[in-house]
Design a protein around this ligand. Sequence first.
Ligand code: AMP
Length: 215
Amino acid sequence: MAILNFVFLGPPGAGKGTQAEIIAKKHGLVKISTGDILREAVKNGTELGKLADGYMKRGELVPDEIMLGLIEEQLANIDKGFILDGFPRTVKQAEGLDELLQKKQLPLKAVILLDVPDEEIVKRLSARRVCPNCGAVYNLLYNPPKNDEICDVCGTKLVQRKDDNPETIKRRLDVYHKQTAPLIDYYRAKELLVKIDGTGKPEAITEAIEEVIFK
Ligand code: AMP
């Protein structure tokens, strides 16, 4: 069977979640988004949520041990190809993931880096709106809802993510450059890295990713 396991890498707001959602649906893969899982845990007030809440509000990373435990759980019964969105975010997480995938004999096919410059990230994150009910994601500049800040899918009033404020955006970008960007070299050395320009039209980016997936 073809190997269809991927990591989507890139700064916050690069479009990892959006693209992972589209590609997973279209090609029957499982999307595992650690940010979504953590936000759900915070909303439900679980132990994990209580642990993660402060880090997320500050725009910092949740500790590696917690994240590795979470991803191990997510991969426990996986029976399809998967896309990891937002994991790994540190070299320690990447090493832990390697070990786990080796044990389970689930190799990665590619690590897709969505490349978007910082100025564009700040613009995008400031204009991002999400549906608190169904999780649909919009951008007031590039992908606005049909009716003023109302979800096209379920009609709920859209909100801003708590960490999409100017101060936290800056912190998250700092954290990305210091802690996550080293993964670019890590995966390049393993000959898994594929860099894709993340600034074009979403449809064009999807196509570029699909070329890699079916190469
Ligand atoms: P995201 O939705 O991917 O931007 O993630 C939102 C927040 O969740 C991040 O700013 C971190 O606080 C936390 N988070 C998500 N994934 C990870 C991860 N792999 N490692 C550490 N923290 C994470």
